[in-house]
Design a protein around this ligand. Structure first.
Ligand SMILES: [Zn+2]
Length: 97
């Protein structure tokens, strides 16, 4: 009797590393959030909800991206943790590098 050896892709450590790479790549997360138009202000796909010196996106857009699997729970929680007021219409400011 042999125990099957798990493939490297199914290793839990590998999966964790993959989620961490999503959380530590804010540019990738922003592109994922802006992949679809904003349900609140109808900003076009690829465009921020708020332009100007401090661009950002409505929290509702982040929630949609999380529901669609484009943003990890860790990434969403990190952005919500930066907010003083939490509503679907709150603007999540873009992170400065
Ligand atoms: Zn918006």
């Amino acid at each position: 009797m042999k125990n099957p050896t798990p493939a490297p892709q199914t290793d839990p450590h590998t999966k964790r590393a993959s989620r961490d790479s999503i959380r530590t790549a804010p540019g990738v997360a922003i592109r994922s959030v802006r992949w679809a138009p904003c349900p609140i202000c109808r900003a076009a796909a690829g465009a921020p909800c708020r332009r100007g010196p401090l661009p950002g996106d409505h929290l509702d857009r982040w929630l949609d991206a999380y529901a669609a699997g484009r943003v990890s729970l860790g990434q969403l929680a990190a952005e919500i943790g930066r907010l003083d007021v939490i509503t679907r219409a709150t603007i999540v400011p873009e992170r400065t590098p």
